[in-house]
Design a protein around this ligand. Structure first.
Ligand code: GAL
Length: 335
C-alpha cells in the first residue's frame, strides 16, 4: 500500500509519487432522488479535487438496484479492479458482513454512507467508516416546523378541536432515518404542548409514486380530517401533494405538508407554498466529506483534518427550510 503523497520531491526517493486513485461507489438505488443529487455533487467535487491536487480521481459507480447479493458482488469486482477505497450505500443495513469480510481480507477501506450499520458492525475492523447525517435532528426540526405552522396558520386546526390530526408517510421499514424521523417529529410537537391524534401511517419506501397511492387511500378513508402530513422525505411529501391534486381537493383545504431533504423539487414546492417546509439534508456536505475521507485513505494521508467522531464517524447537521430560506438559500444550497 502507498503510504504517502510525495509531490514535487519530498526527499524520500523510495516512495512512489501518486498520480491517480480509484474510488468505487455502490448505491442501494441510483434512482433515489436524494442519493442521485449526492452522487452528482460527489463527481463534481472529485473534479475540483483533481484540479487542486493534480491527482487523477477515477470514480466507478454501481447501482445495486435493491439487491444485497448484487452489491456484495459489486464490491468484489471493485476490489479486483484495483479500487483504493470503496464507498458503500448498503442495501440492507443489517447485512454488511460479506462486504466487511471482503474488505478486511483484501485490506481495502470501506466508507459506508447514508444507510447506517450498527456500531458493532462498524467496530469489526479498523478500516471501516461511516458518513451520514445527525438523524434525530431531522425529526426534531420537522416537528418544530409543524409547531410553527400550527401557531402561525389560522385554520390549520380545521375542525377547531385543538388537536392536530396527522398522518405519517414513512420511508423503508427498519431504515434508521425513517424510524428516528417518525418518532422525533411527533414527540417534538407533543413536547411543545400541542395535542395530536394519529389518523394513519403508511410505508412508501421514500418513493413519490408509492406515497401518492398511500395518500390517495388515506384521503378516501379520512376525507378532510387530515390536518398535517409528516413525510419522512420530500419525494413522499410530493407524492401526498400529487394525491391531493388528483383527488381535486381545493388548495385552501389541503393539510399542511412537511418533508425532509430539500431536494430541488422539494425546495421548489416550499417556494411555491405547496409544502409548508422541509429540512435540508446536506448532500453537498456529505459528498464532500466522503470524497475527502476517500482521498486521504487512498493517498495514505493522516485523517486529522477530518475530525472523525470516535475515529470512524462523520455526521453532518440538518437545516430547517421555510419559504423564506428556500428562496434565499437557492443560490448556495440548490446548485
Ligand atoms: C435518507 C433520505 C431519503 C432517502 C434515504 C435512502 O437520508 O432522506 O430521501 O434518500 O436516505 O437511504
Amino acid at each position: 500500500m502507498l503510504s504517502a503523497v510525495c509531490l514535487g520531491g519530498c526527499g524520500k526517493e523510495t516512495e512512489p509519487e501518486i498520480i491517480s486513485i480509484k474510488i468505487g461507489v455502490t448505491l442501494y438505488d441510483q434512482y433515489d432522488t436524494f442519493l442521485s443529487g449526492l452522487m452528482d455533487h460527489f463527481n463534481e467535487y472529485a473534479s475540483e479535487k483533481e484540479s487542486e491536487t493534480g491527482i487523477t480521481i477515477h470514480v466507478e459507480a454501481y447501482n445495486a438496484a435493491s439487491s444485497q447479493s448484487a452489491q456484495n458482488e459489486q464490491v468484489e469486482d471493485m476490489i479486483q479492479e484495483g479500487c483504493n477505497v470503496i464507498c458503500v450505500n448498503l442495501v440492507d443495513r443489517t447485512d454488511p458482513a460479506t462486504i466487511i469480510d471482503l474488505a478486511e481480507r483484501n485490506n481495502i477501506p470501506i466508507i459506508f454512507f447514508n444507510r447506517e450499520l450498527v456500531e458493532e458492525d462498524l467496530e469489526r475492523w479498523d478500516q471501516l467508516y461511516y458518513v451520514g447525517a445527525k438523524a434525530f435532528e431531522s425529526g426534531i426540526m420537522q416537528g418544530e416546523l409543524a409547531v410553527d405552522a400550527f401557531r402561525e396558520r389560522e385554520g390549520m386546526d380545521r375542525n377547531g378541536d385543538g388537536i392536530l390530526q396527522y398522518v405519517v408517510l414513512e420511508g423503508e421499514a427498519g431504515h434508521q432515518d425513517a424510524i428516528v424521523r417518525t418518532e422525533y417529529s411527533v414527540s417534538t410537537i407533543t413536547q411543545a404542548g400541542i395535542p395530536v391524534e394519529k389518523l394513519g401511517n403508511a410505508i412508501a419506501n421514500w418513493n413519490r409514486a408509492q406515497a401518492q397511492t398511500k395518500m390517495s387511500q388515506m384521503i378516501t378513508q379520512f376525507g378532510d380530517a387530515v390536518e398535517l402530513v409528516l413525510a419522512n422525505n420530500d419525494d413522499m411529501a410530493l407524492g401526498a401533494i400529487d394525491a391531493l391534486k388528483a383527488a381535486e381537493v381545493k388548495r385552501n383545504e389541503w393539510p399542511v405538508v412537511i418533508g425532509i431533504d430539500g431536494t430541488n423539487v422539494g425546495m421548489e414546492a416550499v417556494r411555491n407554498g405547496e409544502m409548508a417546509g422541509t429540512v435540508y439534508n446536506d448532500k453537498e456536505g456529505q459528498a464532500e466529506e466522503m470524497l475527502e475521507l476517500a482521498f486521504d485513505l487512498s493517498t495514505g494521508a493522516d485523517l486529522t483534518s477530518l475530525q472523525l467522531e470516535n475515529g470512524k464517524y462523520i455526521r453532518l447537521p440538518y437545516t430547517k427550510i421555510t419559504a423564506a430560506e428556500a428562496s434565499e438559500g437557492m443560490e448556495d444550497m440548490d446548485k
